[in-house]
Design a protein around this ligand. Structure first.
Ligand code: KIV
Ligand code: ZN
Length: 515
């Protein structure tokens, strides 16, 4: 086995498309660019940046991603409709390397109930639209949606027709996460046997959802049976229970290279940073016991395990955490640290700032160091990420005062700045956070409906920086917000303002947009 030539597995990242389909995970164009740049550092082969037909904003986001990122192929998703394909053309017009991804459901249940089409009509539609797409794109990927529940013979027929029409990648989705690994592996083996160019001159991809928690296992079974591309997302985010997680697939292929006989070109050291960034920007907190990137993935609680680790790390660790860029929380600096040391530490973390950004970050660091004894790497990452989010601050945090006595409803007085002027309001509430949010509503006149609120500490210790993530709806628009501070009430207020400013930026754009 070990002497067999290793096959490259292409990593097709769909964090910005399927991942963004998670309720409340929507990203602004700026945030998409930020994630795309990190995916480029991670060295993914293909970035699926979105579904351009969805909105003009989606087209703009993909155009900006295409300009900012040049190494990976940039891909846009499309239904089997000429207008969707045209939208992908527009969205990718600046991309150096581009791919069109067209999909059409093939399973009996989708044909009969969703599309109300016969098999022959599905075949015709697929051929017709791949042909249309080929006029503008050399690189065309075709996905028979719900392939895993499609009759094998019909699936082979559609795939053969797509290959004959010029599809360069065939992607087999387990759209509803129904398959078991043995079954999905056999399906891939069946297709490779029937259409031998698959996995050779035509890429063979898989796209597995995690409804039964089997997305990664199914993807690996597919690779073992001939697939040479895997579609996945950072932290496994995506529709419903999510997609196969990029970091789990990559680390399984790497750690078990003895059995997988395959490799990816992912820069492993960028994994942790990618996970933090995606969690931070989407507001989707990573579960502590999540493989590879969960907070506890390398934590050893039991005395016996700790003893083993000290004697020989490999007794209880199959991956060296340093390989995925996880630095053990290091005390980096305190309030006496200078600007030079600060810049050097950021550079070590791979963060490069302009002089102006550095000055602002340093001021934030000093303020934090006054509140907190030790400043850890993760604290630094959090303050820089907060600073670099390019949402215009229509409403700026000014001050906050809470009065609370046992048996009484807490009261919050808040001051917010807008265009240099401070406006203040006081409100009571069910708790201090509720009181703050009500006071903000009084000032801004904008009423939000909170649907999600989560706090986690960025580092450890009783003076840790707390990160608050929220989802809030203003009218029918749900947005995410995050805020960090050593004071969790202040972090909650910042998270609210972050979300509010997103909506203000959106409204502002709408009122000035010619479209
Ligand atoms: O899950 C799915 O089937 C998809 C397709 C568009 C590939 O996301
Ligand atoms: Zn999907």
């Amino acid at each position: 086995m070990g002497s067999q030539k290793k096959r490259k597995v292409y990593i097709f990242d769909t964090t910005l498309r399927d991942g963004e389909q998670c309720p409340g995970a929507s990203l602004t164009p700026d945030e998409k660019v930020e994630v795309a740049k990190q995916l480029e550092r991670l060295n993914v082969d293909i970035i699926e940046g979105g579904f351009p037909a969805a909105s003009p904003g989606e087209i703009e986001a993909l155009q900006r991603v295409s300009k900012a990122v040049t190494k990976p192929v940039i891909c846009g998703l499309s239904r089997m409709l000429a207008k969707d394909i045209d939208a992908v053309c527009e969205a990718l017009k600046f991309a150096k390397r581009k791919r069109l991804h067209v999909f059409l459901a093939t399973s009996k249940i989708h044909r009969e109930y969703k599309l109300k089409k016969e098999k022959s009509e599905i075949l015709k539609l697929a051929v017709q639209n791949i042909k249309y797409g080929k006029k503008f794109f050399k690189d065309v990927e075709f996905s028979p949606e719900d392939a895993a529940r499609t009759e094998h013979e019909f699936l082979a027929e559609v795939v053969q027709a797509a290959v004959d029409t010029g599809a360069t990648t065939i992607n087999i989705p387990d759209t509803v996460g129904y398959s078991l690994p043995v079954e999905f592996g056999s399906l891939i083996a069946f297709l490779v046997k029937r259409i031998p160019v698959l996995g050779k001159t035509v890429n063979l991809s898989v796209h597995c959802h995690n409804d039964l928690g089997l997305a990664v296992a199914n993807s690996l079974a597919a690779v073992q049976n001939g697939a040479n591309q895997v579609e996945c997302t950072v932290n496994g985010i995506g529709e419903r229970a999510g997609n196969a997680s990029l970091e789990e697939i990559v680390m399984a292929i790497d750690t078990r290279r003895d059995l997988m006989n395959a490799y990816t070109d992912i820069h492993l050291k960028e994994i942790t940073k990618s996970s933090h960034l995606v969690s931070h920007l989407t507001g989707l907190v990573v579960q502590p016991n999540k493989a590879i990137v969960g907070r506890n993935a390398f934590a050893h609680e039991s005395g016996i395990h700790q003893d083993g680790i000290i004697k020989m790390r490999e007794t209880y660790e199959i991956i060296d955490p340093k390989r995925i860029g996880l630095s053990v929380s290091e005390i980096v600096m305190g309030k006496h640290s200078g600007r030079h040391a600060f810049r050097e530490r950021l550079e070590k973390l791979g963060i490069k700032l302009t002089q102006t950004q550095l000055n602002e970050a340093f001021a934030r660091f000093k303020k934090l160091a006054d509140q907190k004894k030790y400043v850890f790497d993760q604290d630094l990452e959090a303050i820089v990420e907060d600073q670099l989010s390019e949402i215009p601050e229509t409403w700026k945090f000014g001050y906050l005062k809470i009065t609370s006595e046992t048996g009484m409803r807490p009261q919050a007085t808040i001051g917010l700045k807008r265009e240099g002027k401070t406006q203040a309001a006081t409100s009571d509430g069910d708790g201090p956070v509720d009181a703050c949010y009500k006071a903000i509503e009084k000032i801004t006149g904008m009423k939000g409906r909170l649907s999600h609120y989560a706090i986690q500490s960025v580092t450890s210790g009783k003076d840790a920086l707390g990160e608050v993530n929220i989802k809030i709806a203003f009218g029918d628009r749900e947005v995410g917000g995050r805020g960090t501070s050593t004071d969790v009430i202040e972090a909650s207020v910042k998270a609210y303002l972050f979300a509010l400013n997103k909506v203000c930026a959106h409204l502002e754009k709408k009122s000035t947009s010619p479209i």
